[in-house]
Write a protein that binds this ligand. Sequence first.
Ligand code: NAP
Length: 320
Amino acid sequence: MKTNKTVLVTGGTGFVAIHTMLQLLQQGYTVKTTIRSLNKKEELEKALRTSGIESFENLSIYEADLLYDIGWSEAAKGCDYVLHVASPFVTQEPKDEKELIIPAREGSLRVLRASRDAGVKRVVLTSSFAAIGYSTNTPGHVFTEEDWTDPNVPLMAYIKSKTVAEKAAWDFMAREGGAMELSVINPVGIFGPILGGISSASLDGVIKSIIGGLVTSSPSFTFGVVDVRDVADIHIMAMEHPQAAGQRFLAASEGVMSFYDVAELIRKERPEYAGKIASFPNTDQNFYITLSTQKAKDILDWKPRSKEEAILASVDSMMN
Ligand code: NAP
């Protein structure tokens, strides 16, 4: 099942990127990837090997950092598509928001520029619900792709970095994108299985903390959940589907969860891993989000797994 298409996935050492590369390789694409340091090449190959990829002849790895120009043109050369997944994702608030905003924004522009100059057909940018859902708190509001977070009010650095980077990408396309197309994926919290030890802040901040007994109360908000395998899938769909050009797609499973819901789910479905989970009551949520992923379903026929399956897959891969 070999295709003659070549795809660059940025940030090959990341949780979303490794799953996306795995699906692309399984589907017969030729894959290029960038990593910040070639020292991490073995870690990346090991993760793919544990998932059944035995030959790396369809994978090439380049060194490129979002903060510098070097490496991006070589990586984008000869590519039909670019999936720009890399962006700093941390749970701790940095001392200076620029630590996240500069690589997110300038990095996206570097990738878009290199892609346009290399004649890439379409870039799919991994944005986030962060760029959609942090400026509206009208009760009953259903978030869709029409919503935007306002970056000009005080925000956590990560939320601002994703909003500013996505806005900059659309502005670039309007101004100087040429014939290249852009699609954007806006996932909620991404969970699902870890491949070869490549985890992410979403798993460490929620699942690991709950199982390890570090969470002793349920913060008063809910969050959306989506499985990383479905996030990889929607990137590939948005890359190929003619009607995805110029569109953003909210990516989430049905419903939302609180820390309490996650703890209860693990206690019920995986009691063998629940020994250290702290006992804490449910909290009234003052940020109970409702969102619609109808657009991804209608245009792409995207069918995500349930939030419970995503959470339990994280737990199983973390504990085994
Ligand atoms: P991750 O595992 O932390 O991946 C982030 C990737 O970005 C890593 O490969 C990292 O490289 C790379 N990166 C960071 N700074 C860089 C720089 N200056 N130059 C080059 N590469 C850099 O997190 P993830 O969950 O896979 O996130 C992937 C994308 O999904 C990000 O755009 C994130 O904002 C978005 N997203 C994630 C979630 C979630 O819940 N996980 C939700 C919505 C959106 P190193 O390995 O070298 O650090």
